[in-house]
Design a protein. Structure first.
Lengths: 206, 206
DNA sequence: TGTTTTCTTGACCGATCGTTCAGGAACTGA
DNA sequence: TCAGTTCCTGAACGATCGGTCAAGAAAACA
């Protein structure tokens, strides 16, 4: 920081606040006026720091990736049993979903639904986060297969895709039915799914 | 239709058009101006017929329920094997997701993500549709259990919740990664999940 | 033809939207 | 102190928002 007036706020502090707002209300329904209120800076400072509303939104997604998703991924990459890691991920996700003061659902899921088919930048970011999650699931599945916890004849990529999709489904259900019993039922079956054998079931009537 | 000028448009025809728009852009990002363009009626007619934007949106959800979801549910309630019915549902869902000129994702999933935590009316409607889907899955699972296609020791409610959640996850993934290979991988694992035995896995480290 | 009823149109309304920028404030360095 | 740099504020801008309603049109009926 050289010559000039020092900034009065921490960029990441106000970005966290913006992230909460976007997470709660989505992009389109969030006005600059609301953001200004919640971030506790004025409009000019918002624009000077982040550029414009869309750029701020992207910064919020990136922040979510670094703060929230990173925790979920850390749970997956623990050098323990792949099976335990996956369970820990979903456990954490359920707890996250039921936290009282936290917005419902997941910023990435919400953004995929709201914007992925209309905004290239959002689609790119959302796709990157989902791909990252899938890759982490993939590593955990491979670990589990090596340890004999998951049947080795199963396609780890398909399992990783399934687990990623299940996490998104859980986020949506958490929004529509924020009840522990519902979410735990779902997680129970998802985790049990890793126990099944490889069966060409989906194709049997082709 | 008694005295007075006859209406020049069919309510359901213009409602279908509105549904396409909301499905594609969501609620907040859809302006009356855009709706007017797409529905091919003027603002006054839109308000006279549907009341206001929110009411039109609800009418569109109800229409989606009657036109699209009903087809999916019909696939589930076919008096055939419960297992086949579930497979047919997901097959149909993948085809729907990959149709070229159809909006990505699913209006219900999108609405849950966008509005369920902020708009009571939307939450109610979305919740009702999801509950309907879950009930249909439940019936199919029970049928499959009776026929010995699915292990009877499994909780049909948990399985129905899982399948409903999986359908939502698939809609989100279809938006982020609209590729057949991805969606079919997911469906393959979802369907294989019904093959697994009941194992108290999610609770083993309590 | 005139009256009544219902429908269609689109200009208009007040409010809000996202963005800009002039004026003033807080700092450094000469 | 002054000049330059950077930050903060919020009024103002042009555009758009959702909703209203007066005027005219299309019908049935007397």
């Amino acid at each position: 920081m050289g010559v000039g007036r020092p900034r009065e706020f921490e960029r990441d502090v106000v970005l966290d606040r913006a992230m909460q707002v976007f997470w709660s209300r989505g992009y389109e329904a969030t006005s600059i006026r609301h953001l200004v209120d919640r971030m506790r800076i004025q409009r000019g400072s918002l624009y000077d720091t982040f550029g414009d509303k869309r750029a701020l939104f992207f910064a919020a997604i990136d922040r979510y990736d670094r703060v929230v998703t990173a925790k979920l991924l850390a749970a997956l990459d623990e050098p323990a049993s792949g099976k335990d890691a996956i369970r820990r991920f979903f456990r954490f996700k359920v707890e996250l979903a039921l936290e009282p003061r936290r917005p419902r659902g997941c910023l990435v899921t919400n953004s995929a639904s709201e914007l992925a088919s209309r905004d290239r930048g959002a689609a790119t970011r959302v796709g990157a986060v989902l791909a990252k999650i899938e890759a982490a699931f993939h590593r955990a599945v491979v670990r589990a297969q090596k340890a004999g916890e998951v049947d080795r004849t199963r396609d780890p990529r398909a399992l990783a895709r399934f687990l990623t999709s299940s996490a998104q489904g859980l986020s949506v259900m958490a929004k529509a039915f924020p009840e522990r019993a519902v979410l735990e039922d779902i997680v129970g079956v998802v985790l049990a799914a890793l126990e099944s054998r490889r069966i060409p079931w989906a194709k049997s009537s082709t």
